[in-house]
Design a binder for this molecule. Sequence first.
Ligand code: ATP
Ligand code: MG
Length: 566
Amino acid sequence: MNPTNPEAPAGPSNFIRDIVLDDLKTDKYQGRVHTRFPPEPNGYLHIGHAKSICLNFGLAQEFHGKTNLRFDDTNPSKEEVEYVDSIIRDVRWMGFEWEGVPLYASDYFQQLYDWAIELIKKGKAFVCDLTPDQIREYRGTPSEPGRESPYRNRSVEENLDLFARMKAGEFPDGTRTLRAKIDMASPNFNLRDPIMYRILHATHHRTGDAWCIYPMYDYAHGQSDSLEKVTHSMCTLEFEDHRPLYNWFIQQLGIFPSQQIEFDRLNLTHTLLSKRKLLQLVQEGRVRAWDDPRMPTISGLRRRGYTPKAIRNFCASIGVSKTTGSIELAMLEHFVREDLNKRAPRVMAVLRPLKVVIDNYLENQVEEMDAVNNPEDVSAGTRKVPFSRVLYIEQDDFREEPPKGYFRLSPGREVRLRYGYFITCTSVVKDAQGNVVEVHCTYDPETRGGNSPPDGRKVKSTIHWVSAQHALDAEVRLYETLFTKEDPSDVPEGGDFTDNLNPSSLETIASAKVEPSLSGATPGASYQFERLGYFTPDRDGTADRPVFNRTVTLKDAWAKIEKKSK
Ligand code: ATP
Ligand code: MG
């Protein structure tokens, strides 16, 4: 074993980790493990990218290697600095740090150009005048070989001259390409004289107007890996057929042989993981922004209250393989709950307030009740929650005519107010429409703190509450899945994935009441609102009117699914 090898891994191994272990054993790269995460800055990162981030950075960490963050910025028409900045922020937030400064494929434009000239000189590349449509037509079909371009046998001199003039800006977009000269009869389409360069008169976010020809992904990617001496270059399965081309360029140029390894993309139920489609949702105003808490983007999940640890644990648990499948969204939520359960302080909040007046409680009396901050974490301590004569409880926690099995508050019924007192409902006040707008109760002073009275009387229900005069007004945003269908792209002929958008994905509650300890809560913090779920402050909130996003409810659907499958 190589000395850089770590001790036994924490989680289960996977085929990529096994390849790395094997390469270390055979000393293929002198004990080096060097990976890269290569996002194209044409949108915000999503949870699928998180899988790739955890894989690339995780493997390098485990084997004391390095990971580069490299922007694949070869398409200036779709790329923006805003995206670059968001990607840097999101990778850091996930808890990873790259080697040195962020790198850019555009840093290599000159080198890639020089190599293209080298390939022309070797007779391995040519300038082609076919239009994009013609190129497609000449490419053939899976059962028929393609036809060679009539420009394929241009002399080296002519190719050099035309390529130089392409670079100099003499030709309009789309009129010429530089193509690799490989094999129009190859069963692999990617080897049928693939395009290396296209003409595109567009301003690049880093190189400005220095270039009007841009390398294609396949020509840029492997060479960028090679220049950075990347050992293991992981990408998703749809690039499997590109691997022969990846290797062909490296072989023709005789440069460092990085190794491409493909793994399965993450697919999640009720979720779309495609930057192009996510961009469409933003542009059409279907969501607030890229970081709308309903979006599967890392920034959306962050705003929703997901934690990096929960996402990392999720990624570790789904593993990597070569078989494409779909993961239940409930599984991701399970890891969010698991993490928040340990770290989120408990507080009381009432989403749909119903006024409760305790008639035998002194008018101006206020008591500070002790409340446990986190039963999962003794060190989190306790806090004081004010109790007074007028409270709010959840409308759902009162029924004038309780159905069978309903044990919460109703006329004549006694319940426990958590950390408060036992109260018994004596009467109700209704509005003109007959809705109950106020509930009158009495309390038992012997049950302070919510403890059972000396006579040992028991109640069947404990409900949460806030003191009316102390509570803060808050807006609360509740979320459901953004799409109604498990597979959002499942639409009938002529339909669009936006047809599957869930009209109730966002419910805004304008006048919730939350306990005063939440004053000054800032985005990034997480709370469990007792009985309601985990919540996080949103940046739309103000000091006197906070806004909370529900991160996830308390019900663990995934645990149920797992139980069923046992
Ligand atoms: P999208 O379809 O969202 O645009 P992409 O593959 O074009 O995705 P890139 O910016 O090129 O996005 O991806 C950067 C890295 O993240 C690549 O290595 C890519 O394979 C990986 N990646 C992207 N989506 C997923 C996914 N759903 N699951 C796992 N890895 C992914
Ligand atoms: Mg892409």
